[in-house]
Design a protein around this ligand. Structure first.
Ligand SMILES: [Zn+2]
Ligand SMILES: [Zn+2]
Length: 222
């Protein structure tokens, strides 16, 4: 799988381009201030992007949506429970003293009903790969983790977890709609159900694995 990560100041939030090495289809994950670098990576790999997928709607993860959508002209996906955050992205910016443009409307929601903790069922495809979407609230109400793997039996999967889990840490829960107990439950029941060697790409910082966090993350060792 083609995988490119970019992060720029001030938030050093990871934006991703992932693609199928055979068909050259791909998706963009969480375009923020680094959006132009992500678009350059798309061009470099000659990818056709099919979708823009958001892990959640905090401003650092969505400030590049307008630009990405304008260039790529593909659907933008979000969990319905983060719609209020997304629609108030300008106000989120004001909280940090940052000017943020309003972003284009969401085209598709991962869940239809938007009811609480049920796992979303949407599967987005790019070439030989598929993305399953799991609802992992706690950092934000509509936070999701994207599970990416080849569409074949027993293929290994990698996780894009947004700000749910970090190498050696967990997402903050002091922002609107955050809840520590909910976050810990999401990590323990949804993420820790994956095998130890599952690669985890977080919204900030370096890559890790489920096993390493299970064994060494100070917020999660019991
Ligand atoms: Zn966040
Ligand atoms: Zn973030």
């Amino acid at each position: 799988m083609i995988l490119e990560r970019r992060a720029v100041e001030p938030f050093f939030k990871n934006g991703f381009v992932i693609g199928c090495e055979e068909t050259r289809q791909g998706v963009v994950i969480d375009p923020g201030d680094e959006v132009d670098q992500l678009l350059a990576a798309v061009e470099h790999h000659k990818l056709t992007i099919t979708n823009i997928l958001l892990t959640h709607a905090h401003l650092d993860h969505v400030t590049g949506v307008r630009r990405a959508k304008a260039v790529l002209n593909v659907p933008v996906w979000l969990h319905r429970d983060d719609t209020p955050l997304y629609e108030h992205v300008v106000e989120q910016g004001q909280m940090f003293g940052i000017h943020v443009e309003p972003q284009p409307k969401i085209d598709r929601f991962y869940t239809k009903g938007g009811e609480g903790n049920e796992a979303a069922e949407a599967v987005v495809r790019f070439g030989r790969y598929g993305v399953r979407v799991l609802h992992t609230p706690g950092h934000s109400p509509g936070g999701v983790c994207l599970v990416v793997g080849k569409m074949e039996k027993d293929a290994p999967e990698i996780l894009f977890v947004g700000d749910t889990l970090f190498a050696g840490s967990i997402g903050r829960t002091d922002l609107r709609g955050g809840d520590m107990e909910t976050l810990l439950r999401s990590i323990r029941t949804v993420l820790f159900a994956f095998p130890d060697d599952t690669v985890v790409w977080s919204g900030h910082g370096e890559v890790t694995t489920i096993g390493r966090e299970r064994r060494t993350n100070p917020f999660l060792v019991s």
